[in-house]
Design a binder for this molecule. Structure first.
Ligand SMILES: CC[C@H](C(=O)O)C(=O)SCCNC(=O)CCNC(=O)[C@H](O)C(C)(C)COP(=O)(O)OP(=O)(O)OC[C@H]1O[C@@H](n2cnc3c(N)ncnc32)[C@H](O)[C@@H]1OP(=O)(O)O
Length: 254
């Protein structure tokens, strides 16, 4: 199974379980995201939605380059990118606090998924970054649109995107992307992070989420996400992108 889903004491823990692929997102995992979103909407017992990665190497390495390398044209790319873009919008507008429990590298689309969450709790050893630029593309799942919504100083947000480099946990906290940095057991860190939230009525959490969701509706956020995705789709069919992905996929091959 490419993921696990555990509900305990109001916390729904969604674990990406493809460690041999650094928890890369393939079509199966996109369907899993949809199941998780439906579960949250239909189970009022869920008070917090947490996403994490299996193992200690990666939270999520973004789209599965082997699976998606087959997508060549702008139209083919838009089909996959917009599917995940819709999913992430539905994720970002859930009525419960969403937490990215970042146990390792969060790069590319993995960084976008974390940015679409309300909170990012980052392991001291983790490195995260919007590395899409190194593949001659831009963020393809709405991550830049969410990043500009997260209240970072504009130059900090822009530099994360245009540098296309990974940041260590200290840098991520300095620029305001990481909500907190933890050492040791991630589940202990999670419980410490939600200690006070647990004491508050879920209706309060839902009301605060609705304030942000109303703002996003007024600002046409979803339309802006789709425009971001259309832009990435155009770059996807470039020779530079195909060559960059080909280099990555051949780098470890004997
Ligand atoms: C799809 C759209 C979306 C967007 O446009 O927004 C994106 O996500 S684009 C960006 C796609 N992601 C990447 O380019 C990241 C690629 N991965 C890495 O940079 C590294 O793997 C890293 C930093 C995550 C971890 O490095 P580490 O040294 O720990 O591991 P390896 O690189 O040796 O990888 C181990 C193993 O996993 C395979 N792998 C890793 N990432 C992916 C991936 N995204 N898709 C498919 N497979 C991946 C890698 O090929 C190795 O396989 P092996 O068979 O063992 O050689």
């Amino acid at each position: 199974m490419s993921y696990t889903l555990d509900e305990k004491d109001g916390v729904l823990l969604f674990t990406l379980n493809r460690p041999a692929r650094r928890n890369a997102i393939n079509n199966d995992l996109m369907e899993a995201f949809k199941k998780v979103i439906h579960y949250v909407h239909t189970n009022k017992s869920v008070r917090f939605l947490v996403i994490t990665g299996e193992g200690d190497q990666a939270f999520c390495s973004g789209g599965d380059l082997a699976e998606f390398h087959r997508l060549v044209t702008e139209e083919q790319a838009f089909g996959m990118l917009s599917k995940m873009g819709e999913i992430l919008y539905d994720w970002a507008t859930l009525p419960v606090p969403t937490i990215a429990l970042i146990n390792g590298a969060a790069v590319g689309g993995g960084c976008e998924i974390a940015t679409a969450c309300d909170f990012r709790i980052v392991s001291r050893e983790a490195r995260c970054g919007f590395i899409q630029g190194t593949l001659a593309i831009t963020t393809g799942w709405g991550g830049a649109t969410y990043l500009f919504e997260r209240g970072l100083r504009h130059d900090h947000a822009m530099k994360m995107l245009v540098d296309a480099q990974t940041y260590d946990s200290g840098q991520l906290e300095d620029v305001g992307w990481a909500s907190s940095v933890f050492d040791g057991d991630k589940l202990i860190a999670l419980e410490q992070f939600i200690e006070f939230m647990r004491q508050i009525n879920p209706g309060v959490h839902q009301a605060y989420k609705e304030i942000e969701i109303r703002k996003w509706a007024e600002k046409n956020l979803k339309q802006r996400v789709m425009e971001e995705i259309a832009q990435c789709s155009k770059l996807w069919e470039s020779e530079a992108h195909a060559e960059a992905v080909g280099r990555f996929l051949s780098k470890n091959k004997k």
